[in-house]
Structures are given as C-alpha cells and as structure tokens.
Design a protein around this ligand. Structure first.
Ligand SMILES: Cc1cc2nc3c(=O)[nH]c(=O)nc-3n(C[C@H](O)[C@H](O)[C@H](O)COP(=O)(O)OP(=O)(O)OC[C@H]3O[C@@H](n4cnc5c(N)ncnc54)[C@H](O)[C@@H]3O)c2cc1C
Length: 541
C-alpha cells in the first residue's frame, strides 16, 4: 500500500494535518492511530474526562521514572489513545500562551517564521470563536471555541476572592499579553467536547483520498538510500496482530505526541547514537536532541473541604446527596446539554505574577469544582473544591528514553521536575498565592479544612517545599522532545523537517523549543496548521 503522505498519530496535530493535506484531491493521505474510535459518550460529554483521566479508557496512562525531587515518587502522564488523541480526553481550555513565547522561538532559537505575528494568522485560521470578534480571534475556522454554557456558581466565588486578593479580571486569556484572573474559554460546542478529531477529522472522513487506520501501532519508520542520504520511505505497523508495511511516496509525518514521537524516532534509528546502540538499534542518523529537552508544567493542587454539614451539591463530591444530584444532572445533560456534566471542571483561573518585579506571569491557576487528588486516582468522601497552580515557564529539563526497542513498551519518561530549584521556589510562591485567594472573604462560607495541608502555615517555607515534593506533578503539557531550531540540539528545522534524513517531519507538541506559558492544545493545532502550509508549499517546489 502506498500513499503520498503517511501521518503517524491521530491526535491534535495529526487530525489537523490529515484534514488539511487531504483537501488536495490529487494527493493521498494515510492517518495511523494506535487507539480506536472516538464515538463515545465519555468523550462527547465534558465531564467524561473525570473518568478517562485516572484510567486506561482512551488513555495510555504512562508513569514517569521515580522523581528524585518528588521524594522518589513516580509522576503520572495521561495521554489520549483514541482518534483525536489527547484532545479527546483533555480539559478543553483554549489557551494560546504568550506572544513572548513565540517571539522567543523566533529570536532565540532560530525558528524563522514562528514569531507571534507570524503564528497569529494560524491561530485565527483554526478558530471559530463564538464570542470574541476582534482582530485576535478567528471566525469560521474548524475549532469551535466558546464560553462555558452553564457556569458553575463557584466560578464567581473564585473571581470575587481573587479580586479581594488583589488580582484584576480579564475577559480574554488569548491576547498574548494577558495578566489576571477570569473565565477560560473552551473547545466545546453546544455543551459537547469539540475535540480536534471532531473539528477537523470527522468532516474529512468521506474523502476518497484519506485513509484512517485505527488500532494500528506504528513500530518504526522505514528508510532507504545511501548512508548520509537516507530518506523515509514508509512505516511498519502492527494491526490486528499482523505486521504490515506502508509506503510513503512523498513524506512520513510523525505526530505521535511529545512522549511517543521521540520514542518512535529512536526505535527507527534516529537519536543519540550511544543510546540507540545500547538498545540494539542500528543508527540511521545521529541526533542527540531526540528525547532531550523534555519540559512540562509542574503543578500543585490545593484541596479544601466544605465545612462539615454544608455539602454544596454544585461541587462534585461523594455523598448520598451528590449521587442524587449526579443522576439529575445526567438526565438534564441528556435533555439540554447543560449543567454540571457540561463543565470542564476548571472553568476559571488565571495567569498571575508572584513577584511584582516580574515582567510576565509566572504561575497559571485553575480553580476546580471538586476535590481532585492524585489525578482523580484517589477519591474522598464529601464535597469540596481545589485550586491548581503550575509553573508557567519551567527551567527544569528532562528526557524521554527507551526502555526497549519495542514501541509496545512504554518509554522511560523523566521530566526531572525541580531539577532546577527555581521551579520549586516559583511553585512555593504559587502555593501562597492560592492560599491567599482561598483565605479571602468570598470563600468564608465554604471554608472547611484543607485535605493535605491543614495546619501548614503560609510562612512555613520548609513545610511548603516538603508539601510540594510530596504531591506536585504534571499538569499534562509535556513538550520539547524533538525541538525545532538551528543549534546542535535541534531535531527539526523551522520547516519541521528532521535533520540528517529526507522526507520526514515531526509535527506536534514535541517541536516546541520552549514550553509555552499556557495550556498546549491550541498551540499544537496552530503548529499543525502551519505545517500543512509548509508541506503544501514543498509540494509546489
Ligand atoms: C488530562 C489532560 C488535560 C489537558 N487539558 C488541556 C486543556 O484543557 N487545554 C489544552 O490546551 N491542553 C490540554 N492538555 C494538553 C493537550 O491536550 C495536548 O498538549 C495536545 O493534545 C497534544 O497534542 P499532540 O498532537 O502533540 O499529541 P496527542 O494529541 O497526544 O496525539 C498523539 C497521538 O499519537 C498516537 N500514537 C502514539 N504513538 C503511536 C504509534 N506508535 N502509532 C500510532 N499512533 C500513535 C496516540 O495514541 C495519540 O492519539 C491536556 C492534556 C491532558 C492529558
């Protein structure tokens, strides 16, 4: 079987690429996805994320290697394993990061064409914003972006408390220069999740030039040519227990996400030579940057219970009243696509500075309408709420390495959280900022004890650091492992072509040279929109 383009991974990036490249009826496109169909009420219903997050339902549910600075704990790395990839299980927040993120890529990493002014048209092209109609936002794009249909009353409590704690309110978190608290916009439409599969892939499925193979694990990229002039010629996949070879006439595009794109490159012979040889893999091209430069937003969740006897049923929780409420909410959601099941749990939050002298926000906040503990893997009786603070521009750098040469095995993920102690200091300030908001008068009627930190004083610097080491973890934004740039560590150039071989690109969160200061889905969609134009331009040359 031969196609012009083979795309590995039907996640946020892969769905955009498949849809955009197959707009040209003259080219054939094959999209390969290890997971299955996304025709699922759990995916369509925003609250379904609460069940997918802690389980293997549509989720690779990776763990990290033990983290020295997290007291030896293993971190958790959920990743979508389904059409739509992680956009089918994520929290749907639409956030682009800051203008300075992209200007930094362009100025400091040699990523020509990727400054804020140059990527903004792609953010706009992708977007259909239901409310914001200005030069910064798009109308008519595939990705529906809107306000939460039925805001939870505790969002207003958070916003009032944040105002009392001194933060200003903004009504658009996507200006590139935003600072303050407010309501997140979400990738939903009429109360349902609007994953990237739904936005881009579903409308393209009827095209005769687009083949989608789900339940197909790509084992490696195949190369042909002389040493030093190798080009990607296809892929080897495993589907239904059988191994198949697919040929690519023009290009193979790896879009398997920040953890599995470097894994696939290394299993295919592209990566740090010594590591490949140690795994028994014959090197095709030596690229030391593959799997290096792993960055992620490390965060901490502060949980508070409601006062004893005051079970607020509009907060998610486990109680007899909560069960009755859930039943009613389910009936309402089925009828109207409204209510608590239409919530993304993190409806409000903000981008704040923890020191006045900072030029830009260093912490992002997500207020959550329930007690989320250990990625929802640990449940607690009763009702309460949480706030999540994460370090927006982490300085720690980790790795993705192979545990074996077999793509069926999980990669060794080492985010090396707090390996730069500056991140721990930033998160400690974020902890105190959360406390100050929770302690503001607006929360007084609902102020019960904290779940894990009751009695820990906000000026107990040592205690706060220990609390962070005990419970901090990823807020699910790994990036940077096939970094774009022009220095020795760069894996792809500014056209996203893998250096040292032909006909191979990487297009997903792994190409970000630095992690953006915000949630990553919209940026990945932008990257794929721009990549589609770069690939089409190459076709015309
Ligand atoms: C729980 C959670 C909540 C999040 N919330 C938000 C949010 O609210 N807002 C936001 O902006 N971002 C959020 N994110 C992050 C965001 O969704 C991701 O950054 C983004 O979806 C990544 O896109 P990607 O294309 O790089 O990878 P993915 O979307 O992960 O796609 C990779 C795809 O490749 C497939 N694949 C991997 N290996 C192979 C192989 N060998 N063969 C075939 N297929 C393969 C995978 O199954 C997957 O479908 C969240 C992430 C998580 C986990």
């Amino acid at each position: 079987m031969q196609y012009d383009y083979i795309i590995v991974g039907a996640g946020s990036a892969g769905c955009v690429l498949a849809a955009r490249l197959s707009e040209d009826a003259a080219v054939s496109v094959c999209l390969i996805e290890a997971g299955g169909s996304d025709d699922s009420a759990l995916i369509r219903t925003p609250a379904g994320a609460a069940l997918m997050l802690p389980t293997r339902i549509n989720n690779w549910a990776f763990e990290t290697v033990p983290q020295v600075s997290l007291n030896g704990r293993r971190g958790y790395q959920p990743r979508g394993k389904v059409l739509g990839g992680t956009s089918s299980i994520n929290a749907m927040i639409y956030a682009r990061g800051r203008a300075s993120d992209y200007d930094g890529w362009s100025a400091e990493y040699g990523c020509a064409g990727w400054s804020w002014a140059e990527v903004l048209p792609y953010f706009r092209k992708a977007e259909h914003n239901e409310r914001l109609r200005d030069g910064l936002h798009g109308q008519g794009g595939p990705l529906n972006v809107g306000d939460i249909r039925d805001p939870n009353p505790f969002g207003a409590v958070f916003l009032e408390a944040a105002r009392q704690a001194g933060y200003t309110q903004v009504d658009d978190f996507n200006t590139g220069t935003h600072e303050g608290v407010g309501r997140y916009q979400v990738t939903q439409k009429e109360g349902e999740r609007y994953s990237v599969a739904r936005a881009y892939l579903h409308p393209a499925l009827g095209r005769p030039n687009l083949t989608v193979l789900s339940g197909a694990l790509t084992q490696r990229v195949l190369f042909e040519g002389k040493p030093g002039q190798m080009r990607a010629a296809g892929v080897q996949i495993e589907r239904g227990g059988a191994t198949e070879t697919l040929r690519a006439a023009r290009e193979v595009i790896v879009a398997a996400g920040a953890l599995q794109s470097p894994q696939l490159l290394m299993c295919s012979g592209i990566g740090p030579r010594a590591h490949l040889v140690a795994q028994g893999i014959k090197p095709v091209a030596e690229l030391s940057g593959v799997g290096a430069n792993l960055q992620d937003h490390v965060g901490y969740i502060l949980n508070r219970r409601c006062p004893a006897g005051d079970q607020r049923l509009d907060l998610w929780g486990i109680s007899p009243g909560g069960a009755v409420r859930l039943w009613r909410e389910w009936a309402r959601y089925k009828r109207e696509r409204r209510g608590m099941l239409a919530s993304n749990f993190a409806e409000v939050g903000g981008f704040i500075k923890t020191l006045p002298e900072l030029a830009e926000p260093d912490i992002q906040l997500h207020f959550v309408i329930g007690m989320v503990d250990n990625h929802n893997r640990r449940l607690h009786l009763g009702h309460g709420y949480s706030m999540h603070a994460c370090v927006l521009r982490p300085r720690s750098r980790g790795t993705v390495r192979l545990g074996s040469a077999d793509m069926r095995d999980a990669p060794l993920i080492d985010p090396a959280f707090f390996s730069d102690l500056g991140d721990l200091e930033t998160l400690a300030r974020g902890f105190r900022a959360m406390r100050a908001i929770f302690d503001a008068p607006a929360f007084a009627p609902w102020r019960g004890p904290e779940l894990h930190t009751a009695g820990l004083a906000s000026d107990n610097e040592f205690g706060i650091r220990e609390a962070l080491r005990d419970r901090a973890d990823s807020i699910y934004h790994p990036a940077g492992t096939c970094s774009m740039g022009n220095d020795g560590g760069a894996v792809v150039d500014a056209q996203l072509r893998v250096r040292g071989v032909g006909a191979l690109r990487v297009v997903d969160a792994s190409v970000m040279p630095t992690l953006i200061a915000g949630n990553t889905n919209a940026a990945v969609v932008m990257i794929a929109e721009k990549a589609a134009d770069l690939i089409r331009a190459a076709l015309l040359q």
